[in-house]
Ligand binder design. Structure first.
Ligand code: UD1
Length: 361
């Protein structure tokens, strides 16, 4: 069997790591295509080296642009790549513009498409990720779902026959790296200046267009973080840095200490050393849950509803609406409620390879 994986943005590289490792122990051929959607070294290259992913076989070098331009350029560039590779499957990951472009190029060439992390829904049609995941699910031949909840969404949309519950590959990679960090196999992460790893601190990230692209909202969110009593390590995504500069919003103020995005092991290690997480990232909500740190999500909804059980994750769309309670929520201690294993057993990637092989013919 020959499988082409299409990746381009940071969260896809994390998901690619366990998939590439699962293919490595088989006779199947696995080709990696990087679209170049993310091109900064600390959003891309460090994930390949840090997670032991083989170098991409093809790099399209697409870069940034409006959604239409970025998606369209990836789509056009993928056509000849898939035509030449003629794989049994094109495997697309998650919900970025690279995911949608990969699915559309493959389906139009009658190449079978499998969608990893299928069935997630925020029901927020303002999110580019929501368009991408719905369109991709409906184009794909095989829907590899991470959770029971995702399976229910696919069923509701008439896609049950194409869906398989495999579990979440992020568990595979997160728990492996956690164990390696505990064994001392990774150096301590480079935390923002002013953060003392021996004292309590929060890890924060902010990059959703709904949060970063409106100057008033961005100002309010940064001020909410700045007013906390616990130091905040803000690992700033390039989109956040670009918008803050454009709008004249100072990120480093009050409790906020600004640093670069971290490589994956650095992030896991930073979360393990923290007292909690404040974020709008889907992946980080789940990593906080898996690592047992309370998470506060700066969004009105989450695709990962299982993290809300027992108060491990709390949704705060607008911190100012909470008044002084905001600080209590963001700095609350870890709940005592036990965490379940809604994301699977850490062997999802092997299951993905098995299901693809079974259905390749
Ligand atoms: C993308 C995904 C999002 C994912 C996120 C993780 C889409 C629609 N969004 O959002 O689902 O959660 O990646 O990071 O696909 N930029 C750089 N360097 C880079 C990449 C981007 O400076 O390496 C800047 C560009 O100026 C660009 C902005 O960041 O305007 C946004 O990049 P883009 O790839 O469009 O989306 P993300 O916000 O990263």
């Amino acid at each position: 069997m020959k499988v082409v994986s299409v990746v381009g943005a940071r969260p896809q590289l994390v998901k690619l790591a366990p998939i590439a490792a699962a293919f490595a122990g088989t006779a199947h051929e696995h080709v990696i295509v990087h679209t170049g959607q993310h091109y900064d070294a600390n959003l891309s290259d460090v994930f390949f080296s840090g997670l032991g992913i083989p170098d991409p076989d093809v790099h399209l070098g697409i870069g940034s642009g409006s959604h239409g331009v970025q998606t369209g350029n990836i789509l056009a560039a993928l056509d000849p790549v898939f035509a030449e590779a003629a794989p049994d499957w094109v495997l697309v990951y998650g919900d970025t513009n690279s995911t949608l472009a990969g699915a559309v190029s493959a389906v139009k060439q009658h190449i079978k498409v499998a969608h990893l992390e299928a069935g997630l829904r925020s029901f927020n049609r303002r999110m580019p990720e929501e368009h991408n995941r719905i369109l991709t699910d409906h184009a794909a031949d095989l829907l590899l779902a991470p959770t029971e909840e995702a399976m229910r969404h696919l069923d509701t949309e008439g896609l049950a026959r194409r869906s398989v519950l495999v579990g979440d590959v992020m568990v595979d990679v997160c728990l492996n790296i956690r164990d390696a960090v505990q064994r001392g196999e990774h150096p301590a992460p480079t935390l923002p200046e002013g953060i003392d790893p021996r004292e309590p601190y929060l890890v924060a990230t902010l990059h959703r267009p709904d949060n970063t692209d409106d100057p008033r909202r961005l100002t309010a969110l940064v001020e909410a973080l700045a007013g906390l009593s616990v130091p905040v390590a803000l690992l700033a995504h390039p989109r956040l840095v670009a918008r803050a500069e454009e709008y004249g919003v100072k990120l480093a103020q009050g409790a906020v200490h600004v640093g670069q995005p971290l490589p994956y092991a650095g992030l896991v290690s930073a979360v393990m050393g923290s007292v909690g997480v404040v974020t709008d990232s889907g992946g980080l909500q789940k990593e906080a849950y898996l690592l047992g740190r309370p998470c506060t999500t700066l969004r009105p909804e989450t695709e990962w509803v299982e993290t809300l059980e027992g108060g491990w994750n709390v949704l705060v769309p607008t911190p100012t609406d909470l008044g002084p309670r905001w600080a209590d929520v963001a700095t609350r201690p870890a709940p005592e409620a036990p965490r379940g294993t809604p994301y699977g057993d850490g062997r999802a990637a092997h299951r993905v390879v098995e299901v693809l092989a079974e259905r390749a013919g």
